[in-house]
Design a protein around this ligand. Structure first.
Ligand code: NAD
Ligand code: DAU
Length: 360
């Protein structure tokens, strides 16, 4: 049975990946999920697997060398899928240091522990071992409105503390591949959305606020462009790259689904209004009148857009979920999981929201 070590599996994409993998492979694989359970990690996301024999959760910090090397020593790990990170740009602008700590140092610890466990006396690596580093399109910087696409060959030009820390972590992975021939891949993906996304990010924040009749904060002129991908398509891409990709290669993942932030917000309002039943009191609250332009994000990247040509040609990956369907599935999930939203927005999130938006 193949054993996966997934870091950050209690977060948004990590938990969706674990759901995807168990749906696809069931009892044929074993997953060990290592997560420090920061504000962004939530074990509720994975409760259906708690009793499974082939699923193990371990609360540990990826910066803790002893804890991570013990995982490798006590288990025969075949695959590492490394999601764990601080992931929110606005938080990185307020507090960059934790981003360097987790994203850079944490990745160095993961690489070192995997290398120590998998390396043979002659410096080669055990057959079949693979490390996948999950990264972002933000490492490539910001595009002009009509300024082409990000390719795997686009030079790195990160502009926020978050993207600088992710770029640094990518460079470490590249250095391990070049120096040691360490068996790894990197994926650089565009903006994800879907179930279990923490409501500090645009789409769940807008859904949550709109349903409560709260203001919908739009940074700057609202015309910044992101390339949105349904999270399950990302999970599938990660699995396909690890199984069918060429080792040592980077693959960009994105769905050519570019939209301005203001368009996204208007689509969410329209879709919520279509999906809410007539007698639901929230229907009267959801309206474009809630849209509120607020101070822009510092150094706000104008546009991201991925060219997914390489992953399509080499591996045959294509996004399966169109935005109109993905956003409906996401909203439906939030309707069905009101308790999840209540739990994650209590406590620390309230404090974050009040500081970030000055109680808009
Ligand atoms: P997230 O913030 O929802 O989840 C991060 C997870 O990592 C949480 O469960 C958290 O508890 C855990 N974590 C944080 N610090 C840790 C530490 N020191 N040790 C162990 N665990 C720790 O993030 P996400 O949106 O799911 O993103 C996952 C990965 O995908 C990140 O590496 C991110 O850079 C990358 N990525 C995200 C997107 C996106 O749109 N969200 C797009 C492309 C790439
Ligand atoms: O591109 C991939 C990246 O996408 C990932 O690497 C990051 O982990 C992920 O957080 C995401 O980064 P963004 O900064 O693009 O996502 P966010 O949801 O924070 O913001 C999306 C856009 O919406 C961005 O242009 C800022 C804007 N925005 C965001 C918030 C939270 C608003 O206008 N208002 C808001 O309240």
């Amino acid at each position: 049975m193949r054993t996966y070590l997934v870091t950050g599996g209690a977060g948004f994409i990590g938990s969706n990946y674990i759901h995807y993998m168990f749906r696809k492979y069931g009892s044929q694989i074993r997953i060990i999920n290592v997560d420090a359970l920061t504000y962004a990690g939530n074990l509720e996301n994975l409760k259906e697997f708690e009793s499974w024999e082939n699923y193990t959760f371990l609360k540990a910090d990826i910066c803790d060398k002893e804890a991570i090397s013990a995982v490798f020593a006590e288990n025969e790990i075949d695959r590492v899928v490394h999601f764990a990170a601080e992931s929110h740009v606005d938080r990185s602008i307020r507090n960059p240091e934790i981003f360097v700590q987790t994203n850079v140092l944490g990745t160095a610890v993961m690489l070192n522990c995997a290398k120590a466990a998998w390396e043979l006396p002659d410096g080669s690596f055990q057959e079949g071992k693979k490390f996948l580093h999950v990264s972002t399109d933000e490492v490539y910087g910001s595009l002009e409105e009509d300024g082409g696409y990000f390719y795997e060959t686009t030079p790195y030009a990160p502009r926020s503390p978050y993207s600088a820390s992710k770029a640094s972590s990518d460079m470490l992975v590249k250095a391990y591949m070049d120096t040691y021939h360490f068996p790894a891949n990197i994926t650089n993906c565009s903006n994800n959305y879907g179930p279990y996304q923490f409501p500090e990010k645009l789409i769940p924040l807008i859904i949550n606020n709109a349903l409560q009749g709260k203001k919908l904060p739009v940074y700057g002129d609202g015309r910044n462009v992101r390339d949105w991908l349904y999270v399950e398509d990302h999970a599938k891409a990660i699995d396909m790259v690890q199984e069918q990709g060429r080792l040592f290669e980077t693959y960009n993942v994105g769905g050519h689904n570019e939209k301005q932030n203001i368009e996204i917000i208007k689509i969410i309002i329209k879709t919520l209004r279509e999906m809410l039943p007539e007698d639901d009191p929230r229907k009267a609250l959801v309206s474009e009148d809630l849209i509120t332009y607020v101070e822009d994000r510092k150094g706000h990247d104008r546009r991201y857009a991925i060219a997914p040509d390489k992953i399509r040609k080499e591996i045959g990956w294509e996004p399966e979920t169109m935005f109109e369907e993905g956003i409906r599935r996401t909203i439906q999930w939030f309707f069905e999981n009101e308790a999840w939203m209540k739990n994650v927005t209590s406590g620390d999130y309230q404090k974050y929201y009040a500081e970030m938006y000055k109680d808009e």
